[in-house]
Design a protein around this ligand. Structure first.
Ligand SMILES: CN1c2c(nc(N)[nH]c2=O)NC[C@@H]1CNc1ccc(C(=O)N[C@@H](CCC(=O)N[C@@H](CCC(=O)N[C@@H](CCC(=O)O)C(=O)O)C(=O)O)C(=O)O)cc1
Ligand SMILES: N[C@@H](CCS)C(=O)O
Ligand SMILES: [Zn+2]
Length: 758
């Protein structure tokens, strides 16, 4: 008896990020639209071919995108804001204008996709008329059929997820949005069914949160209508990233299959099946291989889980698959030949996870020989010698409450105001400055041995010096060294910390065409030697103004890495925190007395399930304090957060006890500002006054309005002026123009405040 396998999404970027390169070439007008279509078509077909060749029975099709799948859904249903419609651009350029903004219009908001480091474009439902512009899933399904004779499993974002992750509507308008979208979904599904699609995957990850709870009537009505209007279509409601809290409500929906995650939240979904049963004759797409982490699965244990599910649900009814799309893991371990063999043996990226599904199939057929080598590799990895760092464990034992506290905020503010003597509304930036093609190519040459260490360091110094001068010229008050020596704010630390490793080609899409290579935590983490002191001290030596030390915090380093699974995440987080505490101290001892410890990923790690959130928030506060409280009260600790929803966690942000925080506010149109109306926030804060993801330079009025909006709620004496986030993705001219504007706006504002005070 054989079990079938499935996938529910695959990396779009290709083995060598061909996807990114093709899209960016089109943006730079180096290629035509037709060329872009050809290049992406080839990539799409190739990613399907890999899955087909690995023997996957139900390959999902249409998860591919030219930027982001939520944006695809919005454009497909004509959820296109008027500011883009009226520009009469081609369909493709309208799509990219929504994603990136252009001269005439601000980009749509971008935010985190659940608890991942992937960002989606938020659908804007204000003043739009839903209509079906194109049956996208059908087009992708047809391509798979024509090119590979593959009857794929077309994928749609379900209406609950699509609407409830959108914006621009009131709660009472949700019903009407469901009603307007229902006929469009019906048409898409009908056409897919008539074309011959065997299974249709409707992604409803929102069901693992409590966001759909208040709209269950609408959800039921939607799926009821589909079952009546397209009775023969085989629909799978696909959930992922967590187990369901509302298991019974979901499995009562009138579809033919349910996709559940059996990796996260341990045994919760299987317990629910045991307790409440599974609807007779329906299929269970069982996510048993971890789609979010990079470790090989113990297939003996997975086979036992599948057998248990088969007993509960019926042998024929279970299909095995990854717990989520594989979009969030790198493409293949094959390109990582330089990793230590015993660690590499423990890794499994997207392609290897397909192999694991095949091995699992063999094992379930009774062929235990097939998995022998696989299981031995896991065993080899478990024996990697240096995974325990005794000194770190002993030092963590010694940390007590006193080590985690500083003087009162008021006292620190008094000391720090005296020490730094900054003007009202001090201006600063978030840390990174343009990572130009020149910076990246010099780094590549250095890595390939074409530049010596001395030549590379001299180049980094030159770039730092040039930008210190630029910042002084513009008139910024607190400067940054620019992070030119860093590939990425997490990868840089992953390369240097003990117990972590980085990859050569382990890219994962973060947003749009931008990718990151998340490090892998394979052992106890510890500081080997100071990581940032040399560059900051050099930058500080060039100027009388203060240069901020620039670090990434323990929560973000862990959340943007692949964690180990043999100890708790909180234990790893504290180990990283201890290493950062030592780095902070090293900076302070070297004379750096303003230090930023970035925590943009604080929110993203928040567990989806409410019952686990308090423990997470407590652990993050503890880790951040561990990292930052080892300094004198005169040393000013900054932190920074971006592109997440922070407005409901001001308590936690305040408890971090950072002296200054900068938070992105402009791309999310100031969502966070109102939360400070009710909350008396006593520390210093900068709410971003312009969006750095758009090449467009905001006008003087726009920046002034953003500043004005924040200062209606916050006291100018506690306010800093800064952009939304780091400037690494912008070019030199854009940065200089935008920062000059920001400084001019601030100067005018100071004059206005001085006039009012007189
Ligand atoms: C703040 N953000 C970050 C997130 N996660 C992180 N881990 N880091 C972040 O900063 N999540 C939320 C947001 C997401 N934002 C971004 C912003 C920008 C990028 C980005 O620019 N990514 C780059 C890759 C950066 C990098 O590591 N570059 C390396 C390698 C460069 C490279 O591609 N080399 C080429 C040759 C280059 C040449 O010759 O020109 C090659 O090897 O072929 C480096 O700088 O050395 C991207 O390009 O996508 C990501 C997330
Ligand atoms: N210091 C980092 C923070 C990004 S979230 C940067 O400026 O890129
Ligand atoms: Zn940021």
């Amino acid at each position: 008896m054989t079990v079938n396998t499935a996938t529910i999404g695959y990396p779009r970027i290709g083995r060598n990020r061909e996807w990114k390169k093709a899209i960016e070439a089109y943006w730079k007008q180096e290629t035509t639209e037709a060329e872009l279509h050809n290049q992406l078509h080839e990539l799409y077909v190739n990613q399907l071919r890999i899955q087909k060749d690995k023997g996957i029975d139900f390959v999902s099709v249409g998860d591919f995108s030219y930027y982001d799948h939520m944006l695809d859904t919005a454009v497909m249903f004509n959820i296109i804001p008027a500011r883009f419609k009226k520009q009469n651009l081609s369909a493709l350029d309208t799509y990219y204008a929504m994603a990136r903004g252009n001269k005439e219009a601000e980009a749509c908001e971008m935010t985190k996709w659940f608890n991942t480091n992937y960002h989606y474009i938020v659908p804007e439902f204000t003043d739009v008329t839903p209509a079906l512009n194109e049956n996208r899933p059908l087009a992708y399904w047809q391509k798979a059929k024509d090119e590979l004779a593959l009857n794929g499993k077309p994928l749609l974002i379900g209406p609950a997820t699509f609407i409830l992750l959108g914006k621009g509507f009131k709660q009472e308008e949700v019903s009407s949005l469901f009603a307007q979208l229902t006929p469009l979904y019906i048409q898409v599904i009908k056409e897919l069914h008539e074309a011959g699609a065997e299974w249709i995957q409707i992604d409803e990850p929102i069901f693992v949160t409590n966001k759909a709870e208040g709209y269950w009537k609408e959800v039921e009505a939607f799926y009821q209508r589909i079952s009546e209007e397209v009775p023969g279509a085989n629909l799978i409601i696909q959930t992922y990233f967590e187990a369901l809290d509302n298991y019974q409500s979901v499995v009562n929906l009138p579809v033919n299959a349910f996709g559940l995650d059996f990796v996260h939240d341990e045994r919760k979904n299987s317990e629910a099946i045991k307790a409440h049963g599974f609807p007779k004759g329906k299929k269970l797409f069982a996510g048993v291989i971890d789609g979010r982490n990079v470790w090989k699965s113990n297939l003996i244990e997975k086979a036992a889980l599948v057998s248990e599910l088969q007993k509960l649900v019926g042998k024929e009814e279970v299909i095995v698959q990854p717990s989520s799309t594989l979009l969030h893991v790198p493409v293949t371990v094959e390109t990582e030949q330089e990793l230590p063999a015993d660690i590499r043996a423990g890794l499994s990226f997207a392609e290897e996870k397909l192999t694991e599904l095949e091995l699992l199939k063999d094992l379930l057929k009774g062929d235990s020989e097939a998995v022998k080598a696989h299981q031995q590799e896991i065993e080899a990895f478990s024996k990697v010698a240096n995974r325990v760092h005794t000194k770190t464990r002993a030092e963590l034992e010694q940390i007590d409450d006193q080590a985690l506290s500083r003087a009162s905020v008021a006292e620190r503010q008094r000391l720090q105001k005296e020490k730094f003597d900054l003007p009202l509304l001090p201006t600063t930036t978030i840390g990174s400055l343009p990572q130009t093609a020149e910076v990246r190519s010099k780094r590549l040459k250095w890595k390939q041995g074409q530049l010596t260490n001395e030549q590379y360091e001299a180049f980094i110094k030159e770039e730092t010096k040039r930008w210190i001068e630029v910042q002084e010229e513009i008139g910024i008050d607190v400067l940054v060294h620019g992070e030119f020596e860093r590939t990425d704010m997490v990868e840089f630390f992953g390369e240097r910390l003990g117990g972590m490793l980085t990859t050569k080609n382990g890219w994962v899409q973060s947003y749009g065409s931008r990718c990151v290579r998340p490090p892998v935590v394979y052992g106890d983490v510890y500081l080997v030697e100071p990581m940032t002191v040399k560059e900051i001290v050099y930058a500080q030596s060039l100027t009388e103004k203060v240069v901020k030390g620039m670090l990434t915090g323990p929560i973000t380093i862990l959340n943007w890495s692949f964690p180990r699974t043999d100890i708790s995440k909180y234990e790893s987080m504290n180990q990283i925190a201890l290493a950062i505490r030592k780095e902070v101290k090293a900076l302070e001892e070297a004379g750096v007395h303003m230090i930023q410890v970035d925590e943009p990923a604080l929110r993203e790690g928040l567990p989806i399930r409410a019952e686990k959130q308090a423990a997470y928030l407590n652990a993050t506060v503890e880790a951040f304090r561990l990292a930052t409280t080892g300094v004198e009260d005169t040393t000013q600790i900054h932190t920074h957060m971006c592109y997440s929803k922070f407005d409901d966690m001001i308590d936690t942000i305040s408890a971090l006890d950072a002296d200054v925080i900068s938070i992105e506010a402009s791309r999310s149109h100031g969502n966070i500002i109102s939360s400070f109306e009710q909350y008396s926030y006593d520390k210093e804060i900068g709410l971003g006054i312009y969006d750095i993801h758009s090449p467009r330079i905001p006008s003087f009025e726009e920046m002034t309005n953003n500043l004005d909006r924040a200062l209606r709620v916050l006291n100018p004496a506690q306010f800093w002026v800064n952009p939304d986030c780091g400037l690494k993705t912008r070019n030199e001219k854009q940065v200089i123009d935008a920062l000059t504007q920001m400084v001019n706006v601030t100067k005018k504002y100071r004059e206005k405040l001085a006039a009012v005070a007189q």
